[in-house]
Design a protein around this ligand. Structure first.
Ligand SMILES: *[C@@H]1O[C@H](CO)[C@@H](O)[C@H](O)[C@H]1NC(C)=O
Length: 450
């Protein structure tokens, strides 16, 4: 069984082997453990329904060693907030001096954070009123072309950049869904209060003003917000999604300590040594030790090896707040679909594929069909389980249609499994960077931040 699985994964590997990669040595140092900043989080229908993932177009980077950071350098941030949830998780953060509140999609699958900046030249169309105006901030600066990050020869270079005609550092890359991110790299502070602000961090300043929100890049990459701001942990609570067309609900987002963390169950983030050369492996992703899946009472016949990267790095299981749906590699997906067909096959909406991704969809009473399917359970190492209740196993996609939020990885041409935010609702997910683990705790996210 494992061999079969691996041979299929190797096939996937063959088709995706051209994806570049880099490896970073995990050198996290616990910083200020008293940090606790909390924000509201809002879940909103995102203009682009496809997931936001790590940049797959990163580089021809070489392994790099980073000097350990010193434990004394951490400022005592103390901030919390609610967030928005399309279903993208949107958090509003105060950026610049004085702060301008910026809406950013919380994305644990990508590295670079970026905001919408106003163009200096008169824009063709008025920029969103929410965009950032650099001229109003005393702490804003642009990154010149001679900055190391802008020089392609630098070994740990993980963002494709170039020098633009104004001698400024320009970035441009694609997310896995084909969305282009481009603009100039800048430095700017996050200013949480008069006494709490980060040093100037490297951010993208997007000049295309069509997106209402920026991105808060939160993966393990060197340039992610969490890494640059030396955040030792962060957590979010994704609220239940409203029925199609309903008002965006609010959840919670913490930078630093979460007062609920005593109830969390933790799994270790899988790390792989630099010497393991795995072309399809994303070393900056949060790779989790998923070992099995259950649907109702049935343990699906899927080997734990199918959830781990093989020799080529194919098959890693990543948790990604920036992906709406969950994606499974072909053979694993087929096992899930086979069981759904066995349970409720005659009720499947034949020939229907939502957004080119979801093909387990139903007309009719979603609660009733959900009960026939049963709970969806993600089984991790050491007996940790994340349960998606049967009442919520199907999601409303509009027009009276409900779908299981799982698609095939090859619909995105990605070589691994992704756990999307549809399967992270009503729970805290904590990314404990200092201890290299991820915690889960059941919660009512609409009450997560008072
Ligand atoms: C489990 O899956 C493997 C490989 O797909 C197959 O060979 C085996 O017969 C299956 N076992 C059961 C009990 O269905």
């Amino acid at each position: 069984m494992a061999a079969l699985c691996n041979s299929i994964l190797l096939l996937l590997c063959f088709f995706t082997a051209s994806l570049p990669f880099s490896i970073q040595k995990p050198t996290k140092t616990p910083l200020d453990n008293s940090l606790s900043l909390s924000f509201p989080l809002t879940s909103i229908p995102h203009p682009n329904p496809k997931p936001l993932l790590s940049s797959l177009s990163s580089s021809t980077a070489q392994p790099v060693k980073r000097p350990p950071t010193t434990a004394t350098s951490s400022p005592p941030y103390n901030y919390r907030s609610a967030f928005k949830y399309s279903m993208a998780l949107v958090v509003s953060l105060p950026i610049g001096t004085p702060p301008q509140t910026q809406q950013m999609v919380l994305d644990t699958g990508s590295q670079l954070s970026w905001i919408q900046c106003n163009k200096k030249a008169p824009p063709k169309k008025p920029p969103p009123t929410t965009s950032f105006d650099p001229s109003l901030s005393s702490s804003f600066s642009v990154l010149p072309c001679n900055h190391p990050i802008c020089k392609p020869r630098v070994p740990d270079f993980t963002l494709p950049t170039s020098c633009d005609q104004n001698r400024l550092c320009h970035y441009s890359y694609f997310y896995a869904d084909g969305t282009l991110a481009e603009g100039n790299l800048v430095r700017e502070k996050f200013t949480f209060s008069s006494t709490q602000s980060t040093p100037p961090l490297i951010l993208g300043c997007a000049t295309d003003t069509s997106d209402a929100q920026g991105i808060l890049g939160m993966n393990l990459g060197r340039l992610s917000f969490a890494n640059q701001a030396k955040i030792s942990k962060f957590s979010y609570c994704t609220p239940l999604r409203p029925n199609h067309g309903g008002a965006p609900p609010s959840g919670g987002f913490y930078l630093g300590q979460n007062p609920n963390s005593r109830t969390f169950q933790y799994v270790n983030i899988l790390t792989f040594s630099e010497s393991q050369r795995m072309p399809n492996f994303d070393p900056r992703a949060f790779t989790l030790p998923l070992v099995g899946l259950r649907l109702g009472a049935i343990k699906l016949n899927i080997s734990a090896e199918c959830f781990r990267p093989n020799a080529g790095g194919v098959g890693q299981t990543m948790i990604d707040s920036g992906s709406e749906y969950t994606y499974l590699v072909e053979e694993t997906y087929d096992k899930v679909r086979g069981e759904v067909v066995r349970l409720v096959g005659p009720k499947l909406k034949k020939g229907y594929v939502y957004e080119g991704v979801l093909d387990m969809c139903f007309d009719g009473d979603a609660v009733l069909i959900g009960r026939q399917i049963g709970d969806l359970v993600f089984e991790y190492e050491k007996g940790v389980e994340v349960v998606v209740d049967k009442e919520r196993v199907l999601g409303d996609v509009g027009g009276g249609v409900h779908c299981l939020g799982i698609g095939r990885s090859d619909s995105l041409a990605i070589p691994g499994n992704i756990i999307g935010n549809v399967h992270q609702q009503n729970m805290w997910v904590e990314y404990d960077l200092a201890n290299r683990r991820v915690g889960f705790g059941r919660a009512d996210c609409s009450r997560s931040v008072q």
